[in-house]
Write a protein that binds this ligand. Sequence first.
Ligand code: BGC
Length: 719
Amino acid sequence: MSNLVSELLAKMTTEEKIGQLIQLTGDFFQDGKAAITGPINELAHLKLQTVYSVGSVLGVSGAADVRRIQENYLANNRLKIPLLFMADVVHGYQTIFPIPLGLGASFDPTVMETASGIAAKESVAAGLHVTFAPMVDLVRDPRWGRVMESTGEDSYLNSVMAQAAVKGFQGDSPWDEKHLAASVKHFAAYGAPEAGREYNTVDMSEWRFREQYLPAYSAAINAQAMLVMTSFNTLFGVPATQNQHLLRDILRDELGFHGVVITDWNAIEELVHHGTVRDLKDAAQKALAAGVDIDMMAFAYAEFLNKAVELEPGVLKLIDESAQRILELKETMGLFADPYRGLDESKEKDPEFIRDNLVQAQKAAEESLVLVKNHRRTLPLSQRQKLAVIGPVAQTGDLLGSWSWKGDVETTQSIADALVDTFSEIVTAPGCGYHSFNKQQVEQAKLLASDADVIVAAIGLPSSESGEATSITDISIPAEQIALLKELKTLNKPLISVVITGRPLLLKEVHTLSDAVLIGWFPGSKGAQAIANILSGKVEPSGRLPMTFPLNLGQVPLYYNAYSTGRPIEVGQKNGEYKYVTKYVDSSNEPLYPFGFGLGYGKILLTDMTMVSNSLKMNDQLILDVTLTNDSPRDSKTVLQCYTHQKVGETVRPLKELKWFKKVTVEKQSSLKIQVNIPVARLASVHQDFSTKVDVGDYQVMVGFDSMNLKVLDFKVKE
Ligand code: BGC
């Protein structure tokens, strides 16, 4: 412990230490001054002086507001301990990048790092010290609205992206004033609610949790993330926020996390609803015992305040430990040296400050868009073609997505406007609403489109339909929009669908009706321009799907890295036995678009692949020399992907698991040699006793451009 922290702790009263453990919203500071008003009147028992002892504030940003609150707070706080300001800066502060699912689709960690770095820089100027990001929850069920905030269904991709995000937000130590602290969330397994229903039960074996869900949190912690946020859900039968096994044994002891643990919003009070505590006081005690340092808006730790003199030594010790961790975070962030660290009103208002950031946001969007169909090279379009841009998403700036902190939908360029800048002639009309359709509107759109060379249908869902608390049971494109596509199809012109979405949707009909389909996600502040650049061919599409797109809802959850079963469909096919194999009788097992899938405009082929050695020791690397050839007349980009499979394990093994990927450009009419290096250590799996180790034995490596079409080579791992 530093001198500063130990001296402070020695001077602090128990009440002051408890104060550090409480986080309030900015509503408790009106015009900078402590206030208990409005919808939080029921908290009138909280004394004003308590507000002047809390440790942190959430949801306030903006240099002037933060300065005002901090000044007033310090004038009223006995020991002049500065407040920490935290907020959900998830995929951008002012400059909005694609949603995290889109950043995952870039398959390029430098894109994530840059996006997070820029978000940090803008946030710090606005007075923030901590972001509640990255969310690294593994997701497999598109009914869950928060899949938009994750980087997808794969542990390895999530881990690589988690590390990149933490690096981007936090920078390299020592801390400078361009970075802020990352709070990894939601610990743990929040992304696996049963039936995709928000806040529902999560239950899985600890073995599976460790195999697939834990790695991304662990990667973020290895990258030195300063905070961890607990999740709302239960895990192993106990809510995460009071789960000692999760928060003490796994997080602190095994993963070696020494930073601050914060709850999710009101999560301690929710323990009462979970029925695992008697009342708020019991909830507070259990959360503290589990090692939760900061109570976000549950007013549970405030329960200790009036009873400070009665608190048992064990509880006091836990309060001391938590207060110490929070003070250490403040010290590391440089807040004792400068409570106004980094905040800068002039930068905040300076358009120059964000100009370059917008360039990066556009680049990130270009890297994240996924072309999933391009029949007879409908795309790219010629800039001389006349475009009809039709659909409910054509003329809206609602392209930022949920958690777009200061992003402004009103000033965000629409797809139609961006296309105007790129193509010589365009006409545009909505054709229908997101969920509404009338004959007159569609006829008007058809009339306009009848004169065009090509139709771009901008379809999808509004941002309000993905994000927190937006679970849905039907992941189809709304029937009204399908009706619009069918009407447009009657015009017999090339039809390109651009789908704006925060989650995988059922796109079978869209696929059938369209000549080309581009998944746009919510692409952010410069997303419309990125879409225009992809459609015109100025930029090569290079995003790949970070989540499987199912064929029908009944297949959900559908993900590529499923475990082996006792009755694989392939064995049935070989034996002529189709009934008693793992399958549906009314649907194929296969998705519409698999994980890792995406097309480019050029044609890159894997023309050669050799393994340097097919017999490896534990400390070796699996080395592959791969040749990619692009015979097409344009430079092209792809994502080379390597998966492995362990043929015999102590536990069942996934049929394939991503272990390596790289986005590469292959110039026209040329070949590129790439060396793939996979450390044998990366083949480790979780055993029945939860040890994580590599087994000797037979393995396969599979190489290709998506998770389904792969070239296979065998190798062995020896002692
Ligand atoms: C969300 C968190 C978020 C918090 C604070 C909660 O509802 O689950 O992800 O960080 O609110 O805004």
